[in-house]
Design a protein around this ligand. Structure first.
Ligand SMILES: NC(=O)c1ccc[n+]([C@@H]2O[C@H](COP(=O)([O-])OP(=O)(O)OC[C@H]3O[C@@H](n4cnc5c(N)ncnc54)[C@H](O)[C@@H]3O)[C@@H](O)[C@H]2O)c1
Length: 282
């Protein structure tokens, strides 16, 4: 147990990565305000934790709701050490030429305004306590390229990732750290399609041979939330089983990695010198 009785606000804490984070923080001895739009799943999720977790129904896109959730932490648990801005939806989808502007704005309201509001009100409470704190925003690998989510979602997550950097720069002098955790493919209700589909996608794209679980992301969030990460701020940590590191895989399109076919050696390009090719181990 690293941080006894630390108090964290987790948005979108009723499901998936948020709920795994709540479990992880409580296991560490912390107290949690679990804020979620869904009153039914929120109440059910909080119930088993008893006094250690307080459910607050909140829409992260509404400033009054976020402010009220921060106030619950301070008033009922006496302090606020960390905010995990995790609430999310898939948002608008379809071709750019077909996307409805209200659906685009809804996506940004939940994913970007929600992160801004959690940071704004969380940082206010942390600054006035004089103790500082930690803010962990949930980005996505979709925020760094095309191909991992719809247009509005991807653009919104890119905004979350860079907002984390500018917020870290501004809030550092107040000892408030701001970091982003960007998951890859994690099996949660948001992904929706189920384990078999996720496993098929994983087999195509992800080097690590296990499906990503909410607990895998929660571990990294808990580290960044804790004092063990006291010198880490403005960072984006990708939790994706090597998905993005594996890159564009053009190698495969050109006939595959020669190493996988048991070949090694050196290609001397257009120097006029011949390549060296060996088969198998020396
Ligand atoms: N699952 C993945 O593969 C994956 C990958 C990358 C990033 N993410 C991000 O991780 C975060 C959590 O996603 P998840 O997969 O656990 O999804 P999830 O659907 O299991 O949980 C999301 C929670 O957010 C809540 N929520 C939605 N809109 C809200 C709002 N306006 N106000 C408050 N709560 C709201 C939902 O009710 C739900 O409980 C999201 O930000 C998501 O974009 C997920």
């Amino acid at each position: 147990m690293t941080d006894v009785q630390r108090v964290t606000l987790v948005t979108g804490g009723a499901s998936g990565i948020g709920l795994a984070t709540v479990r992880r923080l409580v296991a560490d001895g912390g107290k949690v305000v679990l804020a979620d739009y869904n009153a039914d799943t929120g109440a059910v999720a909080a119930e088993p934790f008893g006094d250690g977790v307080r459910f607050v129904r909140a829409d992260v896109a509404q400033e009054a709701d976020v402010e009220a959730a921060v106030a619950v932490a301070v008033e009922e648990f006496g302090r606020l050490d960390c905010v995990v801005n995790n609430a999310g939806v898939g948002g608008a989808f379809g071709r750019i030429t077909d996307i409805d502007v209200d659906e685009w704005d809804y996506t940004f309201a939940v994913l970007v305004r929600g992160v801004f509001l959690g940071t704004k009100h969380g940082a206010r409470a942390m600054r006035s306590s004089g103790r500082g704190g930690s803010i962990v925003n949930i980005g996505s690998v979709a925020g760094s390229s095309a191909g991992a989510g719809p247009q509005a979602y991807s653009a919104a997550k890119a905004a979350v990732i860079n907002f984390g950097r500018v917020a870290a720069a501004e809030l550092g002098p107040d000892r408030i750290r701001v970091n982003t955790v960007s998951p890859g493919l994690i099996v949660t209700p948001l992904v929706g399609a189920g384990e078999a589909t996720a496993a098929a996608v994983m087999a195509q794209a992800q080097p690590w041979p296990d499906l990503g679980r909410p607990e895998d992301v929660a571990e990294v969030i808990a580290f960044l939330a804790s004092d063990a990460a006291r010198f880490v701020t403005g960072e984006e940590v990708t939790v994706d089983g090597g998905l993005t590191a594996a890159g564009p895989r053009m190698h495969a399109a050109y006939g595959g990695d020669p190493g996988r076919r048991g070949l090694s050696g050196v290609n001397r390009g257009t120097t006029g010198e011949p390549p060296t090719v060996r088969r198998g181990p020396e």
